[in-house]
Write a protein that binds this ligand. Sequence first.
Ligand SMILES: *Cc1c(COP(=O)(O)O)cnc(C)c1O
Length: 341
Amino acid sequence: MEINLISDTVTKPTPEMLKYMMDAHVGDDVFDADPTVKKLQDKLAKMFHKEAALFFPSGTMANQVAIKIHTLPGEQLICDKWAHVYNFEGGGAAFNSGVSCALIDGERGMFTANQVEEKINDPDNIHLAKTSLVTVENTTNKGGGSCWQYVELQKIANVCKSNSLRYHLDGARLFNALVETEETPEQYGKIFDTISICLSKGLGAPIGSVLLGKEEDMVRALKIRKLLGGAMRQVGYLAAAGIYALDHHVLRLKEDHDKAKILANELSSLEYVKSVEPTETNIVIFNLIESIDENVFLNKMKELGVLMISMGQGKLRMVTHLEITNDMIKHVVKALKTFKK
Ligand SMILES: *Cc1c(COP(=O)(O)O)cnc(C)c1O
């Protein structure tokens, strides 16, 4: 048995999802003629009470286009030091938009409205880059799947408003947060200028992200998506997977969270585990005690059929998803217990 806990992106479409994809009505989306893409975009825009939505091949491209429409070269965005937009998008903010990132020293990928205020440059000081955007991540990836307090996100929205900053949410795993906290999509649509959502993470689609925002912003996003090579033809087959995922795979995310909590609980009882980050959703991050070589541990787990990854700085990560069964969780627990320091 191979149990792949490397990421929630490793899932393959279920037979039901594949059937739904095969049955999709498609057209040339570059000519705005794919009904299934439109259906997906309309569905998400309506759900979040946003004017418009745009389908993307990846979350990275959705975030990068959002940064591009909110900034001009030479300006600066504010994000957490662990943010995906800063760490894991190939330096795209600098490459695509010519902007620098002011990093907040947050807590598990989250920060406060006061910390944002401290990072905003004085617009009248000619020495400083103009601050134009704040981006947050919910749930946080490197922060261990943590969920923000909605009130803090609201406070940051107010700071953005009073300083004329745009506000972007990297919501790659926003549905994990919504399911866990019982908050609503409308609440998020109300405070953010743009929101990116991954369909290919816990939701289980093979490909796809969507960017949500005002009509005028999405018109600009459409143009930039085209120039990045992200305009696609009969892409309704992929959009169909997203529609299926939204209809069938949202509420079940809670099961992934429950399984992750079982793993976190088990890890915290093991002598060779130094610490386990609080596990709120489907990501479990933990550190081994110093005397254990991370690679020795990872290889041993691999031998036992359990795959996970290192996030750097001694952090190891397991992510639960829709292919992980209760029996697999039992097997992982057994494998973890087998390892001797
Ligand atoms: C996965 C992820 C993205 C987008 O990644 P792609 O692989 O480009 O789809 C963006 N932000 C966060 C927090 C992510 O976890």
